[in-house]
Each structure stands twice: as C-alpha cells, then as structure tokens.
Design a protein around this ligand. Structure first.
Ligand SMILES: Nc1nc2c([nH]c(=O)n2[C@H]2C[C@H](O)[C@@H](COP(=O)(O)OP(=O)(O)OP(=O)(O)O)O2)c(=O)[nH]1
Length: 195
C-alpha cells in the first residue's frame, strides 16, 4: 500500500487501493478524453462485451472518445445510447487516468453511472457491444445473474468497482505494459476517494 498520490491526478484524495507500488509510474503524456458509463440497478450492473476495437473480448461499461464540441457527459450519454440503446440521467462518479507504455496519449476517462434508464436494453444488435447484466452481490445462488467477469475486464477495475457500487466518488491512475503478444499487463495502480 502506498498512500502517496501518483503524478497526474488530483491531490487531496483519501487512499483506497493500490498495487505494484515498487514499480515506476510511466512518464505522463498529453491526455485524450474518454467516457465509461454503467447502469446500476437492483443489485445488478449492466456491462457490454466489446466485440471489436480497443479492449476487444473484454467487458466494460459503455463509452468511447469524447468528440470535438461535446462535453464528456454528452459523450457518455451518446455512447450509452449507441452501444446499449438506452437513455439515462448519468451522474459523474470517477476519473481514471489510464496510461499504456509506448502510447502517445494518456486516456482521461470520466466514469458515470445511472440507476434508471429509458428504453429497452438492446440485445446483440450492434457490431460494437453486447450488453449483459451481472450480479453486484458477491454470493450468487443458482439461477441468479452471473458474477462480474473480472478475468475478462481491465485488470485494475476490480479495485475501483466497490467505489462505483457504493457510489463513492473516486480518482485513480492505472498504468499498463504491453507484453510481446500485445496483451496489456497491469504495471502499477492507485485509487483514492474524494474527501
Ligand atoms: N473500465 C475501464 N475502461 C477503460 C480502461 N482503459 C480504457 O481505455 N477504458 C475505456 C475507455 C473507453 O471507454 C474505452 C476505449 O475507448 P474505445 O476504444 O471504445 O473508443 P473508440 O475509439 O472505440 O470509441 P468510439 O469509436 O466509440 O468513440 O475503454 C480501464 O482500465 N478500465
């Protein structure tokens, strides 16, 4: 555990979780804005299976790049509608600075959630994402929704998901290396809550 806040994120945070504290942080890079949005409802969370592009084969909230002349909130609402077919009154809950070794830009990811939505969650209609519900409670009886598929998600999401679930605002940083086969390996991470 390191209570030292990493470079590139705001000061005045309360330590929540960190890992690989003995590794160096990657050099800071200019940022590019992204969003990720989650629906949290009745002890379940809606995630999407990414069918193509960056993060292919993994589950994540719904999101993508913030386009020019859009606010991050507008982008998050648009991406949720494009990828899950629903409209939701999203609330901001976190910021994640995500840096991959060798990349040109750091991802500044605004993280959102909503507890209600309008419309019907799309089944498997887009080429981008396949929405699926997962249980937020750790113990699942037979016939319940599947547990969150941590092994098919960005490796450090498991450390901030409890904060999202409890709707506690947070800020964090996650650095990743790439191995010879192009897989992303978590290098160092730190998450803190906003006081
Ligand atoms: N949960 C989580 N999401 C992450 C991490 N790193 C990371 O880039 N993301 C998200 C941010 C973006 O929503 C998404 C990457 O953007 P993307 O590849 O989907 O964007 P895109 O260019 O396809 O987007 P677009 O065409 O839909 O605008 O992955 C991470 O560590 N955890």
């Amino acid at each position: 555990m390191s209570s030292q806040i990493p470079p590139g994120i705001s000061q005045g945070l309360d330590y929540f979780a960190s890992g690989n504290d003995n590794k160096e942080w990657l050099p800071l890079l200019p940022i590019k804005h992204y969003t990720v949005a989650h629906i949290l409802q009745d002890d379940k969370v809606l995630l999407g299976y990414k069918k193509r592009g960056f993060g292919q084969g993994m589950y994540n909230g719904f999101g993508g790049k913030v386009e020019p002349n859009e606010t991050p909130l507008q982008a998050a609402v648009r991406e949720l509608e494009e990828e899950a077919g629903i409209k939701a009154p999203l609330r901001h809950i976190g910021v994640l600075i995500f840096i991959v070794a060798g990349a040109e830009k750091a991802f500044h990811i605004d993280i959102y959630y909503a507890e209600e939505f309008e419309g019907t969650v799309m089944d498997n209609r887009t080429e981008e994402m396949r929405p699926e519900w997962f249980s937020l409670s750790p113990s699942d009886g037979p016939g319940e929704l599947p547990p969150i598929p941590w092994d098919k998600m960005w490796d450090t999401d498991r450390y901030w998901f409890p904060l999202l679930r409890d709707k506690r605002p947070f800020v964090g940083r996650a650095d990743f290396d790439k191995n010879e086969s192009g897989a992303f390996i978590s290098r160092r991470w730190w998450y803190g809550t906003i006081q």
